[in-house]
Design a protein. Structure first.
Lengths: 502, 143
């Protein structure tokens, strides 16, 4: 199908009044989450999924809303990095280096404007990339059989494990733990109960939302309780403007970082956080003495902010075309789509074009909305920081309760949420990455089903898993990616770590 | 030391997980692979990684000060109580109490916390039940 025709149809979906409202809502919530430190995009997306179920939203509307939160948070994260040196999200940690220096020199306005424009350009370019590369990849992946899918998921898990945490083995344990959770409940093929230990509530398996909200939102609250975050803060924004000269001086940095961020975003496991620090260090090296990175250079804001937005767009490619999410946030989107009756993957481009193209078109709209939200209205969001944390954090928890309860109308899920809250807290303390748990839980079922289908086709011959060139290539890539941590360690020595909250 | 303990615990978890898989009764209607091998693969992955952790632990994590543990225990206990009480007492009462407790732990005066919690809980209760059609327990003791 012609891309332009498809995109036109997509705009037809995205511009329906409900969907237009949801793009704006998603971007607004995303910006809020981005601005408020302590609440990450994963919690934000997880908290709004039950709402999409409760309102019986069609899948395209649900994904439009959830994606808006995801890339919206990338915009908002820079605000507090620049103004207060408190990154709103892990993907904006690097932005604080030059951004806050600029703010201290009275240049907060240009820095914020640069972050917004960089985000806008990168976000828009990444949608163009998604639009052109997505269908190609889908066409190629449509020939994947169960053996290729199984290998693809192994590849996804190994890159995620390699990139998500500081310790590869802790990441592997986290992945395995998630897969263990996925096997709880009725076995998809033989119908016997596995690992339910007599709990009827577990027959249908563990709900990914309950685990996600416990693991991320509740444990976040516990961490904040321990850190006793400084309460309300007030920050001055000043006038948001960017001179044409400054903009032109940073344009190349924005474009380079967009491409880099997009490519990193496509890779499973390497999300916005890694993209932002790779882009920053790359630009620092490229520009050398021509720039004053670390002392307050606008390009030091442009690079990470462009890269993290491009990465958010790039991350949609494996999610939409392969059904392989690369991060915790996209894993929740996958789970939500499956619950709504749409299985992301190459067939989705043909079976549910309204979901794919509606989402793509909505991302063009969303990026424009975000530019508006972040340029003239940034002062309003900053004022929210004056809300005391003793009100804000319990309020987030109260909304989590509704989210968890609304999934099955069952208080047992609240109990499960509390357990995973503790698990998440301990995992954070011990530096186990959390995203692999969620990915294991969401993908475990598909992984096992594909393995068993493959074995049914081959009548139990394990060699079948390695019988096609694509499968072999994926196995080799999976093995190679386990060596990535050694390479990453070099970057990490500079004190810039990625985090798993992608 | 912590990592060694965690490694040992995950190793035991993997062993228990595999043992549980081996005890599964499979009927005749299963596929060639059956429900057991996938859990075995996971058990091997977790078991080996856990052993690695047992022998090559990371440095100690920075644990919170000792006085934080009772606070953490209190919050977790309150969450468990919340799960048991939400149906009998209803969403509004339980959520207000939980939010108040947390607000106080975050440094609010109790009356500040209670006021904010009650207002917010009432607001979201109305928004979700009336506005968005989500059903939340009204409380058995009230009706």
């Amino acid at each position: 199908m012609d891309i332009l025709q498809a995109l036109l149809n997509g705009f037809g979906v995205a511009l329906e009044p409900l969907n237009l409202l949801l793009v704006v809502l998603g971007c607004l919530v995303g910006t809020l989450i981005g601005v408020l430190p302590g609440i990450g995009p994963i919690s934000g997306v997880a908290l709004l999924v039950p709402l999409t179920f409760a309102l019986k939203m069609p899948p395209e509307s649900a994904i439009i809303l959830l994606a808006g939160i995801y890339y919206g948070a990338m915009y908002g994260g820079s605000t507090t990095s620049i103004l207060l040196n408190i990154p709103g999200e892990t993907s904006s940690v690097v932005t604080a280096l030059d951004g806050h220096k600029l703010a201290k020199q009275g240049q907060a306005g240009p820095a914020l404007a640069m972050a917004a424009w960089g985000s806008f350009i990168a976000g828009t370019l990444s949608v163009v990339g998604l639009m052109t590369l997505g269908p190609l990849l889908a066409q190629w992946a449509i020939r994947f059989g169960p053996a290729e899918y199984f290998a693809l998921m192994v590849f996804g898990f190994s890159t995620l494990s390699a990139l998500a945490g500081k310790n590869l083995f802790k990441a592997l344990i986290a992945t395995g733990f998630g897969l263990m959770l996925a096997t709880v409940g009725q076995d998809p093929q033989s119908g016997i109960s596995r690992y339910t230990f007599g709990f009827l509530q577990l027959e249908d398996g563990m709900d990914f939302l309950v685990v996600a909200i416990g693991l991320f939102a509740v444990s976040e609250v516990l961490m904040l309780l321990e850190e006793k975050t400084p309460g309300a803060v007030r920050a001055q924004v000043g006038r948001i403007y960017l001179s044409l000269r400054d903009f032109m001086a940073s344009l190349l940095t924005i474009l380079r970082s967009s491409v880099l961020g997009f490519l990193i975003g496509v890779l499973p496991g390497a999300g916005a956080s890694i993209a932002s620090f790779v882009a920053y260090t790359t630009e620092k090296r490229l520009l050398g003495a021509k720039a004053r990175f670390g002392e307050g250079d606008l390009r030091g804001v442009a690079a990470p902010e462009s890269a993290n937005n491009a990465a958010a767009g790039g991350a949609m490619i494996p999610l939409l075309t392969l059904g392989l999410p690369g991060s915790g946030t996209t894993a929740i989107m996958l789970g939500a789509l499956i619950s709504l009756g749409v299985t992301p993957g190459p067939q989705m481009f043909q079976k549910n074009p309204e979901v794919v193209w509606g989402l793509i078109a909505s991302m063009y709209v969303g990026n424009a909305v975000l530019l508006l939200l972040n340029l003239p209205l940034v002062g309003l969001f900053v004022r929210l920081l004056a809300v005391p944390s003793w009100f804000l954090i319990p309020a987030v928890l109260a909304i989590s309760f509704i989210g968890v309860y609304a999934v099955n109308n069952n208080p047992f899920d609240l109990l499960l949420m509390a357990v995973f809250g503790l698990v998440g807290y301990l995992m954070r303390k011990l530096e186990f990455p959390l995203a692999p748990v969620l990915l294991g839980l969401v993908l475990g079922y598909l992984m096992e089903i594909n393995l068993r289908r493959a074995m049914t086709i081959s009548n139990g011959d394990v060699g079948y898993l390695f019988s096609s060139p694509i499968a072999i290539a994926l196995w080799v890539l999976a093995a190679l990616s386990l060596f990535a941590p050694a390479l990453i360690a070099r970057f990490r020595k500079q004190g810039l770590g990625g985090d798993d909250e992608l | 030391m912590t990592d060694r303990i965690v490694g040992a615990l995950f190793f035991l978890l993997a062993v228990g997980y595999a043992l549980e898989a081996s005890r599964m009764q499979v009927g005749f209607l299963s596929d060639p692979l059956g429900p057991r091998p996938f859990p075995y693969i996971i058990a091997v992955l977790v078991g080996l990684s856990a052993l690695w952790l047992l022998f090559k632990p990371d440095p100690e994590p920075d644990w919170p000060p000792r006085r934080f543990w009772p606070v953490l225990g209190l919050v977790l206990l309150s969450l468990v109580a919340y799960a048991y009480l939400i149906v009998p007492l209803g969403f509004i009462v339980t959520t207000t109490l939980e939010m108040t407790l947390l607000a106080v732990l975050f440094g609010a005066r109790w009356w500040q916390g209670l006021g904010g919690a009650l207002a917010f809980t009432l607001g979201i209760y109305l928004l979700f039940t009336q506005g968005l059609g989500v059903s939340l327990p009204a409380g058995r003791i009230f009706g």
